[in-house]
Every structure is written in structure tokens, then in C-alpha cells.
Design a protein around this ligand. Structure first.
Ligand code: GCU
Length: 117
């Protein structure tokens, strides 16, 4: 993860991988961005959403939305982590992958991105 516009990297909800997770700002347009290497066919996001409402995001690759308003559903608690996977193709080489919140709640807390060939 290379950029988290307006958000923070937090570690206050147990169960994440690595050293923390991205807590994006609670706003439409808040985004979390990675630089990823293709080729890939499936992207899997680890996340938690401790609210009752889904937190949809647009997924874009190199500035083009490839999956719109993908819901990141409630996981029941901020310490309960789950995954959302989407069949998204990435050509060989480096790409900018961005999740942009489409509601005022912002994105879910994002733990990791797995890029599967
Ligand atoms: C709580 C929670 C955060 C979360 C936030 C939100 O403050 O502790 O981890 O990001 O809610 O609603 O986005």
C-alpha cells in the first residue's frame, strides 16, 4: 500500500496481518492505493467493517474503473476480518490500483491486497 489519502495506518483492531491496516477517511472519494505487478487474474482484499452497512468502493486500474461500487459488507466487528475477491485482469508490468469510496462512510478498514496470477 503506497497511499492512503486522508486516512491513517492503524493497529488498534486485532487480527490484521503484518503491522497494521489502512483506515481511510470517512468521505466520498477517500481512497487507498497500491502499486502492483501483473500479470494477475484475481485480486483479493482483506478487510474489516464493524458497522452494519456495506462500504462500497470503485476499483480502478491505472485510472480506469474496472469494478464499480464493489460492496465490502459488514463483518460484524472491527476485529473480524474477511475478504472480498474479484476477477480483475492485470497485464504484465506495474499498475496503480486504487479503491475509492463511493459513500460518505469511506472505505472499510483494509488489511492487505493479494494479487493472484
Ligand atoms: C471506528 C473504528 C475505525 C474505523 C472507523 C470507521 O472509528 O475504530 O477503525 O475506520 O470506525 O467508521 O471508518
Amino acid at each position: 500500500m503506497i497511499s492512503d489519502a486522508g486516512g491513517t495506518i492503524d493497529a488498534n483492531h486485532a487480527g490484521y496481518s503484518g503491522t497494521g491496516f489502512a483506515n481511510g477517511a470517512n468521505a466520498v472519494g477517500s481512497y487507498v492505493e497500491w502499486q502492483v505487478a501483473g500479470p494477475a487474474s484475481t485480486l483479493t482484499f482483506g478487510f474489516a467493517n464493524g458497522t452494519t452497512a456495506a462500504r462500497p468502493v470503485d476499483i480502478s486500474v491505472d485510472g480506469t474503473v474496472v469494478a464499480a461500487a464493489v460492496p465490502f459488507p459488514s463483518t460484524g466487528a472491527w476485529t473480524t476480518w474477511s475478504t472480498v475477491a474479484r476477477p480483475i485482469s492485470l497485464a504484465a508490468g506495474s499498475h496503480t490500483l486504487r479503491l475509492t469510496a463511493t459513500t460518505a462512510d469511506g472505505p472499510a478498514n483494509l488489511d492487505y491486497l493479494d494479487v493472484a496470477p
